[in-house]
Design a protein around this ligand. Structure first.
Ligand code: HEC
Ligand code: HEC
Length: 418
């Protein structure tokens, strides 16, 4: 009897499934096997209580149109899809993002975003709909403002918008609604802020509502971007069905990598559950040179999400039940230089890696975990991390396992402009 079959029997206590001996050259302990089973399949998408159109197909269609609409940018050239490109698994292949200007962080994939409680590398948004509003007003990304966004919806998408949300405010009334404007307390004498504060509070609120709804339809679209089954999922399904070889869906090398991942290398401490991410923030202690400037990560993100105008607990949310926010303590010392654990689904397809895109290849990431060079400039490296001292064949095995998480992506293409 093959070792993997034996360990399966130990784990399940059942009779030997029929079939030939395992192709596996590795053994999984009962504990490792239980870990493996917990990584697949992805469950149904969780609900999004703060967004009442999250699962509405018409909202998703409007969100798709807006996702590709370059008119939602100051230079008429940037849409969400500029950086989240369907053909690149909703990333851009760049070290750091380039919108209207160059940013400081790497573009994450949007696949499976609905399985995360926090958006952005620092989790400064707690919903996918409020996340979308950040890049639209970011000077580095779309560089637009919410009043222009409301006009754009009014001029080009009024009918589908009103079918979902009811009558729009009279945005063609130029006495009440200026051409542009947004709150920008950092520059109180700037034109954006002056135009915004000249509006009545009720009209500001009406614009905010349109702006939030733009985020909500974009979320409805993004909720269609579910990661597709990978070879790893097919392997787990086969093992679960009693085929100890995993249906041959993983090579022996990838299987050895899987064993390391759930076993000695302890990757599952953080990359766990079917999204291969723990929904939490950790400092890996990536070395930083002073000239790069410090990115404080979650220490700043946690404060920002609590005070965010469009968070789950705010006036534009469709729920008041926001446990994640309620239990968030922004003073948690381990938030210093901590970033969100990314999902590893599709990871071989979404280089470069880490919040700042510092690693071009998976081997570079694995070499980092192997040696843990340098010290973080502030705070401390997550204490569970120890240099793994991986040899070349172990690195190759882990890489082969990570590659088994690849899958085709759901396609999306722009509808004809309206
Ligand atoms: C200029 C490139 C660029 C554009 C344009 C852009 N994004 Fe992003 N997106 C990024 C980067 C970079 C991040 C990570 C930023 C951070 O963590 O601070 C990100 C993060 C996200 C996230 C969070 C994902 C996660 O795993 O945390 C979502 C969701 C998202 N973007 C959706 C959108 C939508 C919707 C639009 C259009 C309204 C958009 N993005 C426009 C580059 C871009
Ligand atoms: C202590 C928690 C923790 C452990 C243990 C851990 N990771 Fe990570 N991993 C993270 C975090 C957090 C990031 C993002 C860090 C950043 O950008 O600053 C990350 C990033 C990555 C990335 C880059 C993904 C991307 O899209 O940029 C890969 C690949 C990765 N980890 C694989 C592994 C493997 C393989 C192991 C085991 C050898 C492992 N991780 C162990 C928390 C962890």
């Amino acid at each position: 009897m093959s070792p993997i079959l034996l360990s399966l029997l130990l784990a399940c206590g059942g009779p030997a499934p029929s079939g030939g001996p395992s192709a596996a050259e590795t053994t999984l302990t009962a504990r490792e096997l239980a870990q493996v089973m917990s990584l697949s399949p992805l469950p149904e998408r969780p609900p999004s209580p703060s967004n009442r159109v999250a699962d509405n197909a018409d909202a998703a269609a409007l969100g798709l149109a807006l996702f590709f609409d370059v008119r939602l940018s100051s230079n008429g050239a940037v849409s969400c899809a500029t950086c989240h490109q369907p053909a690149r698994h909703y990333t851009d292949g760049e070290r750091v993002a380039k919108g209207v200007a160059v940013g400081k962080r790497n573009t994450p994939t949007l696949l499976g975003g609905m399985y995360s409680s926090w958006q952005f590398w620092d989790g400064r948004a707690d919903t996918i709909w409020s996340q979308a509003l950040g890049p639209i007003e970011s000077p580095l990304e779309h560089n637009l403002d919410r009043v222009r966004v409301a006009h754009h919806v009014f001029n080009h998408y009024k009918a589908p918008y009103e079918a979902l949300f009811g009558p729009m405010p009279p945005l063609d009334d130029r006495a009440r609604f200026p051409e542009f404007g947004r709150p920008n307390p950092g520059e109180p004498q700037g034109p954006d802020h002056l135009q915004w504060t000249a509006m009545s509070e009720a009209d500001q609120r009406a614009v905010n509502e349109v702006f939030a709804n733009v985020g909500k339809v974009m979320e409805a679209f993004q909720r269609t971007l579910t990661p597709q089954p990978s070879n790893f999922d097919r392997y787990v399904a086969a093992v679960r069905a009693g085929d100890a070889t995993g249906g041959g869906h993983l090579s022996p090398q990838a299987e050895a990598g899987l064993k390391l991942f759930v076993g000695e290398a302890s990757c599952v401490l953080c990359h766990n559950g079917p999204n291969l991410a723990d929904d939490a923030f950790h400092s890996l202690g990536l070395p930083t040179t002073p000239s790069e400037g410090l990115d404080m990560g979650r220490a700043v993100g946690a404060r920002r999400v609590l005070t965010a105008e469009f968070n789950c607990a705010g006036p534009y949310s469709d729920t008041t039940d926001c446990p994640e926010l309620r239990y968030l303590n922004p003073e948690f010392p381990d938030f210093i230089l901590a970033f969100k654990t990314p999902s590893l689904r599709h990871v071989a397809q979404t280089a470069p890696y880490m919040h700042d895109g510092r690693f071009q290849t998976l081997d570079e990431v694995l070499n980092f975990y192997s040696t843990l060079p340098g010290e973080p400039p502030l705070g401390h490296r997550e204490l569970t991390l120890k240099p793994l001292k991986l040899n070349d064949s172990e690195i190759a095995a882990l890489r082969a396992f990570l590659e088994s998480l690849s899958a085709p992506s759901p396609e999306a293409s722009p509808p004809s402009p309206s």
